[in-house]
Each structure stands twice: as structure tokens, then as C-alpha cells.
Design a protein around this ligand. Structure first.
Ligand code: NAD
Length: 357
């Protein structure tokens, strides 16, 4: 089968880590008999420098036409002075909007072998965890009506969700749970907020009518923030509104202690999606062959699983990464402080390719 993938490497370490993921996809394609065709597009500061726009129409059109999009990262101090609407970071928001992406998937995982990087108590970290936050991305309080009174001494923001908005992201949550361990925890604040009561009712109605094979439970957001630290191994898939997901997904990723390992996906109604590492363009290490490519390689694996329904191929990549880490191979960002040797970014890429043979 042939898949057309739009590559948007962006700025800083973006091109280095995207190139590593392309190599991993090529090897996976050869092994499983798929043809991955790549077309590169400009975005961010690189696009601004080339044509004065952080997200050229050609990039939008190319991403819309592709079967999926692999994104690196954008931004850097070089573009600090450009007008707000032309800032490189506008490219991510613009692409999400153009592609109609309303769900964000953010796995947070700690391998027992990397427990020393985790900020949790050693006995909790040693249990390991592997969870995925499914966050609503285009609704809720970040997009609701807001304002100030005439005197300017009071302000309001409005949280609002329709059943249709809740159902479409909840479906993504249930489907992600089906591809994982079959457990969905829906987060709300239904003891206080009416939107949360509608959220809970809607998720349960959907679960009882269409996803009886998925174990569904609810948790109040304040409790979820605590449980992510007390016992993250409880969670499989965590379904949240926009604001709660914003906070919990950052908490979950910080808990792992390794920004260079964490992937993400943004999905809409079509099979296509935008896959990217959660880290930024890391201008401090760009071009030095230090950047850890694993977050982008795992984003590519997510693309295979969630856009192309190639679960076996995604497992194959994830297992190679996991085995490399279990055998003690480290890049600079995840090495222990007293380690004297570690791999460069390209050596880590090659090590993963070696384990894929
Ligand atoms: P950052 O994630 O780029 O870097 C934070 C720290 O983590 C740095 O010390 C960096 O060296 C390190 N780091 C990040 N990725 C790494 C990797 N793969 N391997 C090893 N170390 C890694 O965040 P920042 O410094 O706050 O932002 C830098 C630029 O990136 C800014 O212009 C910001 O706006 C942009 N940014 C872009 C995106 C995106 O494109 N989606 C996301 C976040 C930040």
C-alpha cells in the first residue's frame, strides 16, 4: 500500500529529528511492504525567511492533500522581532485549524529502565506507566465568549460545550482505548460545573451504547492531578476538555522527566492527522547533533497506528525504541548525570535502525 506523507521539518532541531523519523519509516515500509512517499514543505521561521509567511498556502494545500503530516518544530530567537501574526509558532495553530484537528493525543510513558529520569518517588517510578491524554482542542473556555466590564475591573471567560463536540472527542478517546488496554478515564468537574455534567452524561451514553467493550470510569480533575503523581500506572486513556487537558498533559509529560521522548498527534474527522514531538525547536542545541530523535520517531509510529491503522508496524517501531532504552543506550538529555559516554542524535537514530533489523 502507498501512503503520501507531508513533511514539515520547520526550524532548529526540527529538520534533524524529522530526518531520523523518515529513515525509520523507510525501513518499516521495506519490512512490511508499504511505500511511504514524502514531500517536504516549509513552515515557521524557515518559511518566513523564504517567502515572508510562516505558513505558506502551498504548505496548507500540500498537507491537506497528503494522507498525513509529520511536523518537526518551529520558532527560535532569530524571529523574535517579527510581527505577532507572522511569528513562526503561528504555523502550528494555522495548520491545526486548516486541517480541522479537534483532538490532541499525548502519550506519557516511563520505561522502568528510565525510572531515574522520572521526577516521582523511586517506588512509584519503578512501577512504570504508560498513559495517553486525549484532549479536546478547539472548544471550551479557550474559545468561549470573554470580556471585561466597562470599568475594566472585572472579567469573564465562558466554558461551553455541545453534545456534538463532546461526542466527537469522546469517540476518539474510546477508539484510542480500544487500541490500547481498553480503559478510559473521563475527567471533569461535575461536582461544580454544568458543562462537566453534560460531558459526563454524554460520555456515559456513548460508552453504554457503542463502546461496551471499553472500561469507563470518571475522575474529578483535582483528583486526577493528584493521581498522576500518586499512581500514574492507574491510567490508560484519559479523556479531557481543552483546559483540563492543557494542564494535565503538561503535568503528565513533566512527570516522565524526558521531553525528548514524548510524541503527540492531533486528529480531526478524516484519517489524516498532524504528528509532532511535544518539544520545541531547541535552538540551543540545533545543528550540534545532540537532539534526541525518539519523540519524533514515536510520533511517526503514532501516525502508522492512528492514521493508517498499521498497529503491527507501530508496535515494531515502539519495541525497537523500548529495547534500545532497556539496553541502556542514552542521548545527552536522558543520560544519568555521572555517565561518561552517550550517543549523538544520529547515533541514536542508527541504534534504533540496528534494533529494527
Ligand atoms: P524546547 O522544547 O525547544 O526546549 C526546552 C529544552 O529542552 C531545551 O534545553 C532543549 O535543548 C531541550 N530539548 C528539547 N527537545 C529536545 C530533544 N529532542 N533532545 C534533547 N533536548 C531537547 O522549548 P523552548 O526552549 O521553550 O522553545 C524553543 C522554541 O521552540 C521557541 O521558539 C518556542 O516557541 C518553540 N516551540 C515550538 C513548538 C512547536 O513547534 N510545536 C513547541 C514548543 C516550543
Amino acid at each position: 500500500m502507498k501512503y503520501n506523507i507531508a513533511l514539515v521539518p520547520g526550524d532548529g532541531i526540527g529538520p534533524e529529528v524529522v530526518e531520523a523519523a523518515v529513515k525509520v519509516l523507510e525501513v518499516t515500509g521495506e519490512k512490511f511492504g508499504h511505500e511511504f512517499c514524502f514531500t517536504k514543505y516549509l513552515a515557521g521561521g524557515a518559511a518566513y525567511d523564504a517567502c515572508g509567511e510562516p505558513l505558506p498556502q502551498e504548505t496548507i494545500d500540500g498537507c491537506l492533500a497528503a494522507d498525513s503530516v509529520l511536523f518537526g518544530s518551529v520558532g527560535g530567537p532569530k524571529w523574535d522581532g517579527v510581527p505577532r501574526e507572522k511569528r513562526p509558532e503561528q504555523a502550528v495553530l494555522g495548520l491545526r485549524k486548516a486541517l480541522g484537528l479537534y483532538t490532541n493525543l499525548r502519550p506519557a510513558k516511563i520505561e522502568p529502565a528510565l525510572a531515574d529520569a522520572c521526577v516521582l518517588r523511586p517506588d512509584i517510578a519503578a512501577k512504570g506507566f504508560d498513559l495517553m491524554i486525549v484532549r479536546e482542542l478547539t472548544g471550551g473556555i479557550y474559545f468561549g465568549e470573554r470580556g471585561r466590564n466597562e470599568a475594566g475591573d472585572a472579567a469573564y471567560d465562558t466554558e461551553s460545550y455541545s453534545v456534538a463536540e463532546i461526542e466527537r472527542v469522546a469517540r476518539r478517546g474510546f477508539e484510542a482505548a480500544r487500541k490500547r488496554k481498553g480503559h478510559l478515564t473521563s475527567i471533569d468537574k461535575s461536582n461544580v460545573l454544568e458543562t462537566s455534567r453534560l460531558w459526563r452524561e454524554t460520555v456515559h451514553r456513548l460508552g453504554e451504547s457503542e463502546y461496551t467493550d471499553v472500561r469507563l470510569d470518571d475522575m474529578l480533575v483535582d483528583n486526577a492531578a493528584m493521581q498522576l503523581i500518586r499512581d500514574p500506572s492507574f491510567f490508560d486513556v484519559v479523556l479531557t476538555s481543552n483546559m483540563f487537558g492543557d494542564i494535565l498533559s503538561d503535568e503528565a509529560s513533566q512527570v516522565t522527566g524526558s521531553i525528548g521522548l514524548l510524541a503527540s498527534a492531533s486528529l480531526g474527522d478524516s484519517a489524516s492527522g498532524l504528528y509532532e514531538p511535544i518539544h520545541g525547536s531547541a535552538p540551543d542545541i540545533a545543528g550540534k547533533d545532540i537532539a534526541n530523535p525518539i519523540a519524533t520517531i514515536l510520533s511517526a509510529a503514532m501516525m502508522l497506528r492512528y492514521s493508517f491503522d498499521l498497529g503491527e508496524e507501530a508496535d515494531y517501531i515502539e519495541k525497537a525504541v523500548s529495547d534500545v532504552l532497556s539496553d541502556g543506550w542514552r542521548t545527552a538529555d536522558i543520560k544519568s548525570p555521572d555517565a561518561e559516554e552517550w550517543l549523538s542524535g544520529s547515533q541514536m537514530r542508527d541504534k534504533i535502525l540496528e534494533y529494527m533489523k
